[in-house]
Design a protein around this ligand. Structure first.
Ligand SMILES: *Cc1c(COP(=O)(O)O)cnc(C)c1O
Length: 398
């Protein structure tokens, strides 16, 4: 087989990158997939090699052929200078944040961030002497007003966790960079396939591989891809913490990577089909799905994104909590569970109000988040149809 040069590879389509990424069959006796390397100790051939620690592999926490394969494939997909793996999506967020702060620094975090990100800022970064200011996700270039001389990082997430606000990432990045700060983005929803983070100004892009990369609700993994500028500090932080993921999970992620675009495209199709159906339901006040024209932030999605995934939220018309519980408890195909990005459908009730600090979250009715899986769309609609009937009965006091 002919080997492609780096230049040849850089112009390949996403689909081809997903197939080729990180694979080195010639180093694996011709086997297509890099296998699971389990290992702590790596033997050195001689004292000089042992002591200068410059070998490709030196110790299990510092990487194996399996982790290297995923890092290389992800960097190629994301258009990054390098990628660091972490044992969970949240661990990836904490590593990325810690790589750009020291005591006395200040960071800006979107009010729509994944809640455990807030908990880390409030509970750990505060203790380390790093101050967090939360900002309106829709702030755009007005973020400049919140920048201080000691602001070193701006964390973005689009769409917002559960609430689905979009953010003008390029505008925020331009202002942040002019002030010398790095831009972080939790890109789990779109993945680099639907939002190329580094092309849009993001320095550190976080992905919970637990979601669409794994795709089967059977692994935990995080990835941080970085630009040339942000990579050295990220690598150093990852090295100091040695928060390495398990070999088996990394292997499963590599396996998931090969079909990720196909699954994501199908999630997009399924998600849009259900979101459009829900938008027509009399029980629904609004569907929060950036690919729908009726969704605030739709113009940013059109401008900056290449697709939408299968996760969105719904604001119901005012109805009692008991009626919502009757709906959720009656569903047979939508599991009640956290996380998302797997092959199966899920739904959760949520409420952002208690922890928002820069913006108010007060929709007119109860809110639900849907993860649409790969089931037949008519089966999903029928399941919801009977659920809404139960909800109406409880709401009507029957
Ligand atoms: C799930 C999720 C994470 C965290 O991933 P874990 O692997 O569960 O720690 C981070 N960000 C977003 C937006 C998520 O949905």
């Amino acid at each position: 087989m002919r080997k492609l040069s780096a230049d040849d590879r850089s112009i390949l389509s996403t689909r081809t990158k997903l197939v080729l990424g990180g694979r080195t069959p010639e180093e694996q006796f011709g086997f297509v997939n890099t296998p699971i390397y389990r290992g702590s100790t790596v033997l050195a051939p001689d004292v000089a090699t042992l002591q200068d620690r410059n070998a490709r592999f030196t110790y299990g926490t510092k990487g194996t052929p399996t982790t290297e394969a995923l890092e290389l494939a992800w960097s190629e997909l994301a258009g990054a200078a390098g990628t660091v793996l972490a044992p969970s999506g949240l661990a990836a967020i904490t590593l990325a944040l810690l790589s750009c702060v020291k005591a006395g620094d200040h960071i800006l975090v979107t009010d729509s961030a994944y809640r455990p990100t807030r908990n880390f800022c409030n509970g750990m970064l505060a203790k380390l002497g790093v101050e967090t200011t939360y900002y309106d996700p829709q702030i755009g270039s007005d973020i400049g007003r919140l920048m201080r001389p000691n602001t070193t990082a701006v964390l973005t997430e689009a769409p917002g966790s559960q609430s689905f606000e979009m953010q003008d990432i390029p505008a925020i990045a331009e202002v942040a960079h002019a002030a010398g700060a790095l831009v972080l983005m939790d890109n789990t929803w779109a993945t680099p396939i639907f939002f190329p983070p580094h092309e849009r100004g993001v320095d550190l892009a976080i992905e919970a591989g637990t979601k669409y990369l794994g795709g089967h609700s059977d692994l935990l993994l995080g990835l941080v891809s970085a630009t040339e500028r942000a990579l050295p500090a990220l690598r150093q932080t990852a090295d100091l913490f040695a928060m390495c993921p398990g070999a088996e999970d990394v292997y499963l992620a590599l396996r998931g990577l090969r079909t990720m675009e196909l699954r994501l495209k199908e999630a997009e199709r399924q998600g849009l089909a259900l979101a459009s159906w829900l938008e027509q339901r009399p029980e629904v006040h609004q569907v929060l799905h950036p690919a729908l024209e009726s969704c605030p932030g739709h113009h940013l999605w059109i401008r900056d994104f290449r697709g939408s995934s299968g996760l969105f939220s719904v604001v119901l018309k005012p109805v009692t909590q008991a009626a919502v519980a009757a709906l959720l408890d009656s569903l047979a195909l939508f599991g009640l569970g956290y996380s998302w990005g797997g092959y199966e459908s899920l739904v959760i009730p949520f409420d952002c109000a208690p922890y928002r600090s820069a913006t108010a979250w007060n929709p007119p009715g109860p809110t639900l988040r849907f993860q649409v899986g790969l089931e037949g769309i008519d089966d999903l609609k029928a399941d919801l149809e009977q659920g809404f009937a139960k909800m109406r009965r409880v709401a009507g006091g029957e």
